[in-house]
Design a protein around this ligand. Sequence first.
Ligand code: ARG
Length: 588
Amino acid sequence: MLSLTQAISEKIKKAFSLAGYDESYGVVTVSNRPDLCEFQCNGALMAAKQYHKAPLAIAGEVASKVEDGFFDSVETVAPGFINLKISNKALLEHVKDMFGDERFGFEPMGQGKKVIIDYGGANVAKPLHVGHLRPAIIGESIKRILAFDGFEAIGDVHLGDWGLQIGLIITELKRRKPDLPYYDDSFTGEYPKEAPFTISELEEIYPFASKTSKEDEEYREEAKQATKLLQEGHRGYRAIWQHILDVSIEDLKKNYDNLNVHFELWKKESDANVYIPEIIEDLKAKGLTRISDGALVVDVKEETDQKEMPPCILQKSDGAYLYASTDVATIYEREKLFDPDRIIYVVDKRQELHFDQVFRTCRKGGIAKDSTGLTFLGNGTMNGPDGKPFKTRDGGVLRLEYLIKSICDKVAERMADSDIPEDEKKKISDMVGLAAIKYGDLSNQATKDYIFDIDRFTSFEGNTGPYILYTLVRIKSLLQKIGVSDSFDTKAAVASTDGVSDSEKKLWLSLAGFQDAMRKAVDEIAPHKICTFIYETADQFNSFYHDNRIISQEDTAIKNRWTALLKLVLGVVEKCVDMLGIVVPERM
Ligand code: ARG
């Protein structure tokens, strides 16, 4: 269906045309002066230039041609605005089509298209820390939003499993358990099935090794050498690496599941490794590479560049591949296996230069099809109360599970007085805590930094996750009290416009903004647009709720219409919340 602004634009375009002006001037938007009107058209101001006529005169002529009945008022205001208020009848007639449609009247545009979203970025052998939170939350939401737009949306965790961290672990493990067969080059038997470490040991080994390598040059060299041998196929190191993967992936899956973040693909950096030699050969053959200080590079600088654009390094002088080689090869692999229309990366914005270099190399080398959209959505950082990247008290990186726990505990504290049984209360406070984190994050523009404010995020008032969930739970409970039967006919229920109050109309208007809000969220890949819609609608609902006695309403026509209204608010907002990756509890 058309969105309400589109439908109204059609009416005003027709009036422009009837008055003898180009209809393209008839575009209508939601009013930015809600105290004056609901919708506005500024087209007469622009038409004035083409027709050399006073804008107010044009507005007046157009207003006189507007179809009767659809609007309660059509006013012209100096210097040439057309201010509109829709009639209740036209409004309800319009929203009626949202009922019974799985997308609530939103027209999907992504059908038949495939998008890969690269948004996990976790590294094996290292626990998830706060830095992994934003890409996970934002990426999951973008995936859901694009799926709602009809895309086949594929999330890829793209695990970091191929870098120095593996070499560090191999090096440290060798010191701690020198008798293991993995280091014995003459060993030809089968390696043990069981990993020589648990996840907790692994999580202790990595930071220890990382710290040691910073203080001990020889140790660092050994780790680098081990990484290189691993990448070249050293049998024992590959076996250790496989153990690390097995132990780590199991743990990561559990952690992402707890976040309600799910990946269709669990691909790894190493999966692309096999393609690197052929890619390099091809780039060489195309004359795109050169040697710089012994390294193999591709120049990616363009004349129009305003910023520094160093060449993309694909192979170091010692033959080792780098992060960029892997990402170039991953695009190659994705084209080969999935033939996507678009690839979107949700990664910390500090990696922007890296992705610029990678994308340009892929374009120059024809590694990505011309038609494949390559988008880097660099997320800002989540900062602590001091405005600096979030740290533990002693300055270390904060593990994600501790952060989540702290916010869930805070929610539990706020729910202490509720009479819900303790075990259920714990489940609910965990759900609400997660919603507080996700909503607090997603309501900010993805590219901007924000301050993680535990008190504000967990508040049950204001633009917060708990407030939105509380509103939805309230609607659920109202509908339960009303006792809506399965045969309830929502479309029939909105036929009457008797006694539509101001707050009721505003709520219907809010809902009617859904399709436009969604379209913006998709086109700008911007989950925060959905949050704005959710918050406005929830707020409008609460005004309506305070103004009207819903349960005790005696007029059946009105009560039925309100029931339909509640069902639509619940349906639409619950869908929106789902696109943020948030789950709504039954009660709270
Ligand atoms: N593992 C990387 C990191 O921790 C992020 C990976 C992002 N995705 C990518 N295709 N490079 O920085």
